[in-house]
Design a protein around this ligand. Structure first.
Ligand code: C2O
Ligand code: CU
Ligand code: CU
Length: 458
């Protein structure tokens, strides 16, 4: 497996040749879920969850069409299961407790093994004790490399997320019932790769692939780059083949939990200049989440030297034959507490799909929201009848947003659709991956208080 890392000096030289200044390395032999400590602020925060004792979950690398083996071992006293968000892999490897596997207890190991069919930017997180483990750090990025090198000099992976800490760096409760019943409970320490406003070196005049992943449990980021020589090249892993306008301060890019965006950035020619990824956070001045700093003599690359990313092998739905299924997302008329078995409960049901709250991961005799026939095309109409935004995520399949009652949607392929207030969006897909696929809001407080279900492909 290739681990791509910019090496100072040699990287700049290789970049001038257009070969990419990347070093090779491999994924950890085993992913050990364990307690961790890290200085998210000035003081060290204990009680974190990661895959090493003192660092964020690593970027995992794979190659499109090649086997990935990811043995996961749980050393926590709590149950867990690992999910590979956005990858179209066999159902048994999807990591959803009770639906695709049993939760892993303390000391348990599960050997995940699959062949990612699609290249792009993906991520991983637990799907059991989801709130507890994600809020405490267990969210990581996955990079699946294209078969053909698109020709960047370097790349930068950015894992954007918040933590909820008090003044001495200890964790505050990850959610409040008030938040869970509305837009969610927000963190107060804003990080990129667990750091506050890190600055990374990249070759002056070089071409950088910036992979931005929102792994937060709640926040919908409003982002833009303070730099004009950039282009959006992929969205939620999949190449974008039209010119999407670059986001700006006035019209930022909305990146919901679970979503990813890849930029091609031409670095400034002048050493020391930076390109910043800017976030607009409510009630705060604009803030740089990450800086890319130009180093060395300019390698003088040109954006036109980049090869367009090859499309992933996603089947195109046949809209003439597609059957329509409707889904309504909103508050729940019923109360009650979901039965999540070993996988943790927030103790409430506030949300629903088709006016029924999810009875819980461990509830018996729960049927699918829809049963789709293998190989057929479908249109799913997603209606948000609440004033809150919902990043609606479907496992195991990729879909094309078709139309919205509120806005023009760019032609994309995606696994997560951010539904705006009162929005109705139609999406289309080919049901070409058999199994039971979780379908839920990626605001974890919504997911864990009712806004979950699954779709069956037979
Ligand atoms: Cu990011 Cu159900 O997952
Ligand atoms: Cu997923
Ligand atoms: Cu939601």
């Amino acid at each position: 497996m290739r681990r791509r890392e910019f090496l100072l000096g040699s990287g700049a030289a290789a970049g001038a040749l257009g070969l990419g200044g990347f070093a090779l390395a491999s994924n950890p032999q085993e992913l050990v879920i364990q307690p961790a400590s890290f200085a998210l602020r000035d003081q060290v925060t204990d009680g974190m969850v990661s895959l090493s004792p003192d660092a964020p979950p690593p970027v995992l690398y794979g190659n499109q069409g090649e086997v990935m083996r990811l043995p996961v071992r749980n050393t926590l006293p709590d149950y867990t299961a690992m999910h590979w968000h956005g990858l179209r892999i066999p159902n048994g490897m999807d990591g959803v407790p009770y639906l695709t596997q049993m939760p892993m207890g303390e000391g348990d190991q599960f050997d995940y093994e699959f062949i990612p069919p699609d290249a792009g930017t993906y991520w991983y997180h637990p799907h059991c004790m989801t709130m507890e483990q994600m809020a405490h750090g267990l969210t990581g990025v996955m990079v699946i490399a294209e078969a053909e090198d698109p020709g960047f000099d370097s790349e930068q992976v950015i894992n954007l997320r918040d933590f909820r800490l008090d003044e001495v760096g200890a964790f505050l409760p990850a959610y409040t019932p008030r938040g869970a019943a509305r837009a969610g409970t927000f963190g107060n320490v804003h990080t990129a790769n667990w750091l506050q406003a890190p600055v990374y070196d990249h070759p002056a005049g070089g071409l950088v692939r910036l992979r931005v992943v929102n792994t937060d449990t709640t926040r919908i980021y409003k982002l833009n780059l303070d730099h004009a020589e950039a282009r959006i090249i992929a969205w939620d892993g999949h190449p974008v083949d039209i010119d999407v306008p670059l986001p700006s301060v006035a019209e930022p890019l909305l990146l919901g939990p679970g979503q990813r965006v890849d930029f091609a950035v031409k670095m400034p020619e002048v050493e020391g200049k930076t390109v910043n990824l800017i976030a607009k956070l409510p009630g705060q001045p604009l803030r740089s989440m990450v800086g890319l700093q130009a180093v060395g003599a300019s390698v003088a690359r040109d954006m036109r030297e980049l090869k367009p990313l090859a499309k992933n092998p996603v089947a195109r739905p046949d809209l003439n034959k597609a059957e329509l299924h409707e889904f309504v997302f909103g508050w729940t008329p019923e109360g009650g507490e979901p039965n999540n078995g070993f996988c943790g409960s927030l103790g409430y049901n506030f949300w629903s799909i088709n006016r029924k709250p999810w009875p819980g991961d461990a509830a018996q005799d729960v049927g699918p929201l829809a049963t789709l026939q293998m190989g057929k095309s479908y249109v799913l109409r997603l209606r948000n009848e609440s004033p809150n935004l919902h990043p609606i995520h479907l496992h195991g399949l990729v879909f094309a947003p078709l139309k919205s009652n509120l806005r023009k949607l760019p032609p994309l392929m995606t696994d997560t659709m951010l539904l705006l207030k009162d929005e109705v969006v139609e999406i289309a897909l080919v049901a070409d991956n058999p199994g039971d696929w979780a379908f839920h809001c990626h605001v974890i407080e919504h997911q864990k208080t009712g806004l979950t279900g699954f779709v069956r492909v037979v």
